[in-house]
Design a binder for this molecule. Structure first.
Ligand code: NAI
Length: 318
């Protein structure tokens, strides 16, 4: 079987001066793509700027015979980044929203600056780049987007209230881009990667990190953004260290209650086991059909109440 190629296509990778972004760029550069290597070149906390980070990657791609240009704008200035692609290569086919910083601090000590900076880079930055690429994607009826979430976003993590909130935003953002893009052959997916980088160097020991090379994240991204992928969109993928797995939402059986004056806190406590009954789960792609549920609920008799229950006593009594 021949290898996946990206000849003639232009890929923009944000935050590509190191870590995962650099690995994506080197790969796409070696597979025929024109690469825009974006990096602001600041510290992992979002301080300072430098052109060096992006330049080094561009040089490496060119030395290996590939085509690449640097862009040093912050992702908050998405138009300038996409413009670099259009001016140099005449098109944009693939956007990989990868740039990121950390401002880890306990929630008690979190400042507005810690919160805002994380939002600016991870949410506003990803939005601005995608927004600037979107008209091109629609016009050419072709586009591929990867957004970057994190396990911290999916599960929460100590010291990362700002980062986890911003990272989960990328799931909803991606789901919507996938829906709105479908008609125009725009495919969007989101990854929660794990990889050795300057970001993880401070939180994981080197002997663990050597098993999590950024290169092990690249092949999944390549598959998702390739033109042969015309169906896998809106997916959430956990990837790293040789493991690739898709995530989805699981819905419990749920409680159905008559919508009248008997729908009280005590009535909900009486049905709490149904609320959290995952013995026969469903895996919805959208919210429950509330009109159908409402119709069923109205057919129910008045809700039984459990006047003696409180939340803690519930388990013993139901
Ligand atoms: P990294 O720190 O090596 O790379 C991030 C790059 O983004 C840096 O080169 C930095 O200069 C650049 N950057 C920061 N702010 C920017 C801005 N405003 N505009 C343009 N560039 C900017 O980190 P790593 O690990 O490669 O992270 C890549 C992405 O993956 C990030 O979004 C991160 O949150 C995410 N991620 C990484 C994980 C890991 O295990 N490495 C785990 C979960 C998520």
């Amino acid at each position: 079987m021949s290898e996946l190629r990206f000849d003639g296509q232009t890929v923009v990778v944000t935050g590509a001066g190191g870590g995962l972004g650099k690995a994506y760029c080197l790969f796409f550069g070696s597979r025929g793509a024109n690469v825009v290597v974006n990096d602001l070149g600041g510290s992992h906390k979002g301080e300072g700027t430098s052109t060096r980070a992006a330049d080094v990657v561009v040089e490496e791609i060119r030395k290996a015979g590939g085509k690449a240009v640097a862009n040093y704008d912050s992702v908050e200035n998405g138009e300038a980044i996409i413009d670099t692609a259009i001016k140099n290569f005449g098109r944009i086919d693939i956007l990989i929203n990868n740039a990121g910083i950390l401002r880890d601090v306990s929630f008690k000590n979190m400042t507005d600056k810690d919160w805002d900076l994380i939002n600016q880079v991870h949410i506003y930055g990803a939005y601005k780049c995608a927004r600037a690429a979107w008209p091109h994607f629609r016009k050419q009826k072709y586009g591929r987007v990867i957004n970057t979430a994190s396990a911290a976003g999916l599960f929460g993590n100590f010291g990362q209230a700002n980062y986890s909130a911003a990272k989960l935003s990328q799931v909803g953002f991606t789901e919507t881009l996938a829906k709105e893009g479908a008609k125009y052959n725009i495919i969007a997916n989101v990854i929660a990667p794990i990889a050795a980088s300057r970001m993880t160097a401070t939180i994981m020991p080197p002997e663990i990190l050597e098993h999590f090379k950024p290169e092990w994240v690249v092949p999944l991204v390549a598959v998702l953004v390739h033109s042969s992928n015309t169906t896998e969109s809106g997916g959430i993928f956990e990837v790293g260290g040789g493991s690739v797995a898709k995530y989805r939402w699981e819905r419990a059986k749920g409680a159905l209650l008559k919508t009248d004056s008997t729908l009280t806190p005590q009535a909900i406590l009486a049905k709490w086991n149904d609320v959290q009954d995952f013995s026969k789960p469903s895996y919805p792609n959208g919210p429950a059909d509330f009109m159908a549920l409402l119709e069923d609920a109205q057919k129910l008799p008045a809700n039984p109440s459990a006047p003696d229950l409180n939340f803690n006593g519930r388990v013993a009594l139901v």
